[in-house]
Design a protein around this ligand. Structure first.
Ligand code: ASP
Ligand code: MG
Length: 425
């Protein structure tokens, strides 16, 4: 990397001057939601620079703006063209990047806004959910090397044909982490509307605590279980390139949560967090003919239609050579999936199908599970202690999930949270 900023840092180290760090700060929609807040962001970025660091700011669209733009698109066309959707959605970030650069000037600093194509954020051509392929950090590094704060529009990129693309909802997180990786930043600060990652949802469990440090792997599990603090892709990129991520709020100076590699995680706990997800529905195929290929037919046909399945249970077959097959799919997929499931039921000679949408998946996540036995048993005990029936179970190396009736969500989350000692520091 031809990194003028990095050379400066090397020079400082050599001369034993105050260490210069290269800091990426990403400000979410709430942090740039009004002009006043954008001014606050400008002051923060300037203060970080004055402390002797090189600063790259990534901004989201002002809060509500992306929704407003997408709603407009859907007024213009019932099924808007994906390429044009991205062309409109990307404007939200263009506005906030320019406003932020202006506010930095206004506050006495120097800044330059940069859009996805100017930074050369190259993505594939999967409009509305593009993935970053490469980033050329030169323009950013040159900008900060000249003493400017680089303000980059999040969420957007260009494909090989030069079309504007966007990275999926919440994609500015991924822009920030990927840029941090590309320019070798020392840290990526994500300013969001919560002040860190919590042991569970504080709205459900009053004893939830802010986590000081969490590993990439745990964060990935929590994010895929429905914790919406960071876009999942951004955690994958952070893990791949070992970018230390600091999730925090722009409304105070309080430290938030560091998302880091395993060797840097502090808390020696077995369970790190409790998550719940109400987004799934249970499907039960009754008395499927129990013969080789039945399950392959069921899930093959679902996969062919791009339906993701989460939990799967197949019961022991009865004397009559039949077995129930139960699985969960996203509730948002259910309407489109029902006719397909009816067809599948006929193929595998099931005697019927049952749907249940009043369910929730509660999960415990923690790296410590790898080295501790009996965690699953303890989870089942805690749920049983509240009289909660478990409908399905799934496990991974660092996660255990139980499907239960949704009316028990709060009771289960609190019992697991406090039962595993997460209420105590
Ligand atoms: N503005 C985009 C969204 O609302 C991207 C982001 O904020 O991360 O999803
Ligand atoms: Mg976000």
């Amino acid at each position: 990397m031809s990194a003028r900023g990095i050379d400066a840092r090397a020079l400082c180290r050599y001369l034993r001057l105050r260490p210069v760090a290269l800091i990426v700060q990403k400000y979410g929609g709430t942090s740039v939601g009004t002009i006043d807040r954008i001014r606050n962001v400008a002051r923060r970025a300037i203060a970080t620079q004055k402390a002797g660091h090189d600063v790259v700011v990534i901004v989201s669209a002002m809060s509500g703006e992306t929704n407003r733009l997408l709603a407009l698109a859907h007024q213009a066309a019932e099924l808007p063209d994906a390429r044009e959707l991205d062309a409109i959605a990307a404007t939200g970030e263009q506005v906030s990047a320019a406003l932020t650069a202006m506010a930095i000037h206004q506050e006495g600093g120097r800044a330059c806004s940069l859009l996805g194509h100017q930074v050369k954020i190259h993505t594939d051509d999967a409009f509305t959910k593009a993935r970053i392929k490469t980033i050329d950090g030169t323009r950013i590094v040159d900008t900060v090397g000249q003493g400017l704060i680089a303000v980059v529009a999040g969420f957007q990129g260009i494909d090989d044909a030069g079309n504007i693309t966007t990275l999926g909802r919440g994609g500015s997180d991924t822009t920030a982490v990927a840029i941090a990786a590309a320019i070798g930043a020392d840290a990526c600060e994500i300013y969001t509307d919560v002040d860190g990652v919590y042991t569970t949802d504080p709205n459900v469990c009053p004893s939830a605590r802010k986590i000081e440090r969490i590993t990439y792997e745990e964060m990935l599990e929590l994010a895929s279980l429905g914790a919406k603090v960071l876009q999942i892709r951004s955690v994958e990129v952070a893990m791949k390139y070992q970018v230390p991520v600091h999730v925090r709020t722009s409304f105070s100076d309080a430290p938030g949560t560091w998302v880091v590699g395993e060797e840097k995680s502090l808390e020696d706990v077995v369970v790190t967090g409790v998550a719940y997800d109400k987004g799934e529905a249970k499907v039960q195929l009754l008395a499927v003919k129990d013969k080789p290929g039945a399950v392959a037919t069921i899930f093959g046909k679902l996969a062919a239609k791009n339906v993701s399945v989460d939990m799967i249970i197949q019961n022991v077959s009865t004397a009559a050579g039949a077995t129930d097959v139960t699985f969960t799919v996203a509730k948002t997929d259910l309407t489109r999936v029902k006719p397909l499931i009816d067809e599948i039921a006929r193929d595998v000679e099931a005697t019927g199908v049952r749907y249940d949408e009043d369910i929730v998946k509660v999960s415990i996540v923690g790296l410590g599970m790898r080295s501790h036995a009996g965690i699953a048993a303890r989870m089942f005990e805690l749920l049983a202690g509240e009289g909660i029936n478990i409908l399905a179970i799934s496990t991974s190396e660092i996660k255990i999930s139980c499907l239960i009736a949704s009316r028990y969500t709060e009771l289960a989350v609190r019992a697991l949270h406090d039962g595993f000692g997460l209420d105590k520091k």
